[in-house]
Structures are given as structure tokens and as C-alpha cells.
Design a protein around this ligand. Structure first.
Ligand code: MEV
Length: 317
């Protein structure tokens, strides 16, 4: 039997970085993600179609880029007390290191497909717990928001350590994602914000509180279809995150281009320092925004919300 799992990537609508320090963030699954194919085997091998890299878990020299997936498989095997291994193949249509949750969607899909290939359908909570072991290897001190969104899908209000609140959108909300093409490591950006916080502790704490309040307001605005209000909140978040020093010229150029066309709001999403910009649009504005930002971004695509979370299935070989 072949076991498949698909898990989407994510955008942080608002509250990134502050969420690491206890703020509530608003995040959503997008329409791109990662598919894992696993088959039970006596040994464990991993092949990444995007990276064109292969690893054998019995070897000592596992390529750095595949270590998080190796950790995810090991976590599943230990949890299930399994001696068998899996032959895992992974393919993603998410640009890597672009702030769109490629590592978490890979971890979630890997955990679910591995368990299924070994004869176990894990609950969503079990998948999330096991995928976090891979995510910790990549991001050191992650809040867990990326893994939660990838597994659960939809639009979520997330606070570290609590069960996320799933929100209902009364109608489709249109975002455009524009990638800078500048790759960066989330852990480096988390460290940069940690240093900023150490130097400005009271101000940072007040931002954490503001971030929660503004994420609630943005959730309310999106759910009730008040896109102008949601867009205004996104713009303010972009200013605050830039002030922390995590925006770069390429991001600001995209934000400026988006707002000069028909965007309702635009901000960096995820860790910053490169990665991607999210742009909130009316349905009629999407085409115009895509045309304008395509001149200054490396990759641009529309992602209407909501989108599904983890899905896993078996197929006869
Ligand atoms: C990364 O997608 C979002 C950050 O807030 C880190 C985290 O929450 O783990 C920057």
C-alpha cells in the first residue's frame, strides 16, 4: 500500500514574532503545500523531489536539509514503537525559506504519511505533537503556529500552548502572495527580535499586548467582510515589524507597489528578512495587484481563503 499525505503551507495574517512571546496571532492555510508518499520498508530512506537530495537513515551523514524530516520519521517510529522503516518521497509547490511554512507542511505531511504507511491513522493532535519535533530542529524556539495551521487548515487565532480557535469566513477572502526570492532562516530572525526585545523590554511587551488586540480586530474584520478595516491593520503591522528591523528593501518595494495599485493592505508575512509579502485584495482587485507586483517580485500567486488542512489517504500499489 502507498500512503499519501498532503499538508498546506501558511500565511501569518498578523502577529508573527509577538506570538513567540505569548501574543495571539491570526494565520491561515494557503492553496499550496507539500505531498508526502510513504511505503513501509525494512530500512528508512527519504527523497526530496525539490531538493533532489536522498538520505538513508542508517547512514551517519544525513544531509542537513533532510535532518528535520529524519527527526519527524524517528519521532513517529518511537511513538508507535515500530521497528519497520519507510521509503518516503516528498514534493512541494511551496517556495523554500519564503515564510510560507514549507518546513512545517513537510513535517506534517511526513508524520501523517509515515504513520499511515505503518498502519496507523494518527489524530490531528498526535500529528501536531510529532511534527513539532522536526519544527524545533529548524526553528529552535517556534511558537507552533505554522504546524497548527498546516495540520488544521482554515483561518485560526493561535496562542502558544492553547488550542487554536478556528474562525468561520462568511465569504471568500482574497490574498495575493508575492515572494521576494530572498531566502533566509527563521531562526536568525527570531534571534534578531529576541535581541531587540532584550534592549526594549517594556516597549516590546506593550507590542505583544497590542498585537493580540489587533489580531482579534483583524479576525473580526475578515470574518465580517470588512476588508478595509482588515487592510488598515495589516499596514500598521508592517510598520511595526519594519521598526523591529526585520523588513528589507525588497519587501518594502513590494508593499509600496501593492498599495500603489488596488491593494487594501500589505505586509511582510512570517519571519521577515526576505521571504514573502501578503496583500489583501477585493475580488476585483486581484488581477491588477498581481500585474503590478509581478514587476518587483520573484513569484506571485493568488490564494483565496479558506483552504483545507491535512489530508491523508491510502492507495493500492
Ligand atoms: C514564522 O512563520 C512565524 C514566527 O512568528 C515564528 C514562530 O511563530 O514560530 C516568526
Amino acid at each position: 500500500m502507498k500512503a499519501y499525505a498532503y499538508a498546506p503551507g501558511k500565511i501569518i495574517v498578523c502577529g508573527e514574532h509577538f506570538v513567540v512571546y505569548g501574543a495571539t496571532a491570526l494565520a491561515a492555510a494557503i492553496n499550496k503545500g507539500t505531498t508526502a508518499l510513504a511505503e513501509s520498508s525494512s530500512t528508512t530512506t527519504i527523497y526530496s523531489n525539490n531538493l533532489k537530495v536522498q538520505a538513508d537513515l542508517s547512514a551517519s551523514n544525513i544531509p542537513e536539509k533532510l535532518k528535520p524530516l529524519a527527526a519527524a520519521i524517528t519521532a513517529v517510529k518511537e511513538y508507535l514503537n515500530e521497528r519497520r522503516g519507510v521509503k518516503l518521497k516528498i514534493r512541494s509547490d511551496l517556495p523554500p525559506r519564503s515564510g510560507l511554512g514549507s518546513s512545517s507542511s513537510s513535517a506534517v505531511a511526513t508524520v501523517a504519511a509515515t504513520a499511515l504507511a505503518l498502519g496507523h491513522k494518527l489524530s490531528l493532535d498526535e500529528v501536531i505533537k510529532l511534527a513539532m519535533s522536526a519544527e524545533r530542529l529548524v526553528h529552535k524556539n517556534p511558537s507552533g503556529v505554522d504546524v497548527q495551521v498546516s495540520a488544521r487548515g482554515g483561518l485560526l487565532l493561535f496562542k502558544k500552548g492553547a488550542t487554536p480557535e478556528a474562525l468561520h469566513l462568511s465569504r471568500t477572502v482574497n490574498f495575493v502572495v508575492a515572494c521576494t526570492g530572498v531566502e533566509r532562516r527563521t531562526s536568525d530572525l527570531i534571534e534578531r527580535v529576541r535581541v531587540w526585545r532584550e534592549q526594549n523590554p517594556s516597549l516590546f511587551n506593550s507590542f505583544v499586548e497590542s498585537s493580540t488586540i489587533m489580531s482579534w480586530c483583524c479576525a473580526d474584520a475578515l470574518c465580517s467582510g470588512d476588508l478595509r478595516r482588515a487592510g488598515a491593520i495589516l499596514n500598521f503591522f508592517h510598520a511595526a515589524l519594519s521598526w523591529l528591523g526585520i523588513s528589507i528593501k525588497e519587501i518594502d518595494t513590494i508593499v509600496e507597489a501593492a498599495l500603489s495599485s488596488s491593494a487594501l493592505g500589505a505586509k511582510l508575512t512570517g519571519a521577515g528578512g526576505g521571504g514573502s509579502v501578503i496583500i489583501l485584495c477585493s475580488e476585483e482587485g486581484v488581477e491588477n495587484v498581481i500585474k503590478t507586483v509581478s514587476n518587483v517580485a520573484s513569484e506571485v500567486f493568488a490564494t483565496p481563503l479558506p483552504n483545507r488542512g491535512l489530508k491523508s489517504w491510502l492507495q493500492k500499489s
